[in-house]
Design a protein around this ligand. Structure first.
Ligand code: SF4
Length: 137
């Protein structure tokens, strides 16, 4: 499968893991790292957007796909992005893939791959062009 079936270049695909303090948060983080190293997209600083750092919001506005990878259904990454004014085009939740939330911070490679695969599948689907609607910046 082509990594860019949506027609976006990796630089136009920004990936925001929640990076939470649990196994699933860290699996989300590791999946974002893997997807970045594999050239699928570019991991971006969620905290920068949450902190309303203007230069980072301006950079993120150029994205055509905004991918939130959340550890669990609380969906902190998606909520943070929306709060900053961004439309989330792709949302993957680790616990929805049969991975239970625990607090041992273990990051099994097979689970990271499972999440990365789900993100790739989402990006392969036809999706709307992202409109960054951030009012600030
Ligand atoms: S989405 Fe879940 S795992 Fe991620 S930061 Fe929020 S509560 Fe933690």
């Amino acid at each position: 499968m082509s990594l860019n079936e949506c027609g976006c270049s990796p630089a136009e695909i920004l990936i925001f893991p929640c990076s939470g303090g649990s196994n699933v948060g860290q699996i989300a983080n590791a999946a974002a790292v893997k997807l970045t190293l594999d050239g699928v997209g570019k991991m971006f600083c969620l905290a920068g957007l949450g902190g309303h750092i203007e230069s980072m919001i301006a950079s993120a506005k150029a994205a055509r796909r905004v991918v939130a990878v959340d550890g669990c259904g609380v969906a902190c990454a998606r909520e943070t992005l929306q709060h900053a004014g961004f439309e989330v085009t792709d949302h993957v939740v680790v616990t929805e893939l049969g991975i239970q939330k625990q607090y041992d911070l273990t990051v099994p490679e097979a689970e990271v791959e499972k999440v990365a695969k789900r993100v790739r599948e989402s990006l392969g689907a036809i999706a709307p062009t992202v409109r960054a609607i951030a009012a600030m910046g």
